[in-house]
Design a binder for this molecule. Structure first.
Ligand code: PA5
Length: 442
């Protein structure tokens, strides 16, 4: 099971200070489990690993098999919580180069997470004349980016396969009853999957939102759910021996000492989109009411050669959380070189895992010496089960941490501001007054 090591934060936060968070953590845990806190309509993720819809998971697996058999490409259309989790899991467990590697599963491209014409046209070029399917994901069914891009890819499908053929290649993941996408899916007969009412976008990776694309990539979704279930049981323990409680306490204690930015770091480049997923989870959950830790991320060791200077020596507002993975799935030895012109023969015969491990250990100590407290989240291995544990760990710790901070960790009112301005500037009916006001300012 995942563990946390706070020994490299202890020179910044004492055991007594951490223990002082226990009453707030108990209160936060009670609010989550009793549904008595702010945003309590969105707590479905807490028991999801046990209470998910088994019949739907069977349909998800069947749909994934169909897509694998009739398509060379799957285009996944969604944004935010309807996008990041699936991409993160696929890149972490398969590879960031998944689409380039030899495999017997479809290539997977993500669209509708931006409004950039070049990005969309590139995906159309990559599909070429190959067979493809589309999984459109939107809880509200009205989000502009995925809705616009769905029009584009739906038109492409209809041109290639006709209305009926296109409908058999479109999979809609949306609300069970409401929204424009649900209405369209019902009218056109798309196979549909449900985003439960009580699970917000950023907590939805273990629903159909994430599971369909993840299953198409050939990942064992049962093992992922089992891992999350194990964590759900393990993290019921109360107290600072619970890694989620310890993490929530430590990051809040560090925030109180002026560490306003948290860097999530990992020494595996396949983790990059897990960090993007984590940034949304924590940024959207905590960044409100004028407070919150700003979540950022670094890929190590790469970013030690770009961000390393700032981390070591810049403004002392940083804390760092390193996800440490105990094993790599493959091995690679450093070759010996008779000439030793690069002076690296002291590494000859060592596995890269060991070299990476020493980089990790040395960097932590350097950063602590530079004034950056470090928390280490230990993952035993890079497997579905371990990742399921980590997803649940970060979700549960986020709910706890948000309540400790005193915010509603389950809403995102700030996301609306840009949408209103964009609609006004694009001439959406009903936004005329705002359009005039903005025009005067531009
Ligand atoms: O976490 C969230 O609620 C958001 O990131 C949403 O997932 C995102 O805005 C997309 O919304 P929707 O799924 O309604 O299209």
């Amino acid at each position: 099971m995942l563990t946390i090591n706070l020994s490299n934060a202890k020179s910044f936060v004492s055991d007594e200070e951490l223990a002082s968070y226990l009453p707030k953590l108990e209160d936060a845990d009670r609010k989550l489990r009793e549904g008595s806190g702010k945003g309590s309509d969105f707590l479905g993720w807490l028991t999801l690993p046990e209470q998910y819809d088994r019949e739907e998971l069977t349909r998800i697996k069947a749909a994934a098999k169909k897509i694998q058999s009739d398509s060379k490409v799957l285009v996944v259309i969604g944004i935010g919580g309807s996008y990041l989790g699936a991409r993160a899991v696929i890149e972490f467990l398969r590879s960031p180069q998944y689409n380039l590697l030899p495999k017997d599963t479809p290539e997977i491209y993500f669209a509708g997470n931006n409004l950039n014409a070049d990005a969309a046209n590139e995906i159309i070029t990559l599909i070429g004349d190959r067979d493809f399917s589309v999984n459109v994901i939107s809880k509200s069914g009205t989000t502009t980016e995925p809705a616009v891009l769905f029009r584009v890819f739906r038109e492409l499908l209809v041109k290639r396969y006709g209305e009926k053929g296109a409908a058999s290649r479109i999979y809609a993941t949306t609300d069970k009853a409401r929204g424009a996408l649900k209405t369209l899916a019902t009218a056109e007969g798309y196979e549909s999957f449900v985003i439960p009412d009580n699970i917000g976008g950023r907590y939805s990776v273990l629903t159909a939102v994430g599971l369909l694309p993840i299953a198409v990539a050939g990942i064992d979704v049962d093992a992922l759910m089992d891992g999350a279930h194990g964590a759900m049981e393990a993290f019921k323990e109360k107290g600072l021996d619970n890694p989620a409680w310890a993490y929530a306490a430590c990051r809040n204690a560090l925030l109180a000492k002026g560490k306003r930015i948290e860097l999530l770091a990992c020494y595996d480049p396949a983790f990059r989109f897990m960090a993007e997923w984590w940034k949304q989870l924590y940024g959207e959950s905590e960044g409100k009411d004028g407070t919150g830790i700003f979540p950022a991320s670094v890929d190590l060791t790469a970013d030690l050669h770009s961000m390393g200077q700032y981390i070591q020596d810049g403004a002392r507002c940083l804390m760092e959380t390193v996800v440490h993975i105990g094993r790599s799935n493959t091995r690679l030895r450093v070759p010996d070189d008779a000439q030793n012109l690069d002076g690296l023969n002291f590494l000859s015969g060592k596995d890269l895992l060991e070299v990476n491990e020493q980089a990790f250990r040395g960097t932590i100590l350097a950063h602590v010496d530079g004034g950056v407290p470090n928390m280490v989240v230990n993952l035993e291995e890079k497997t579905e089960k371990a990742l399921g544990e980590m997803i649940y760990f970060f979700e549960y710790a986020c709910g706890l941490s948000g309540y400790v901070l005193g915010v509603n960790p389950f809403d995102q009112p700030g996301v609306e501001a840009y949408k209103k301005n964009m609609f006004a500037l694009l001439g959406k009916p009903g936004y005329e007054d705002r359009a005039r006001e903005l025009a005067a300012r531009l």
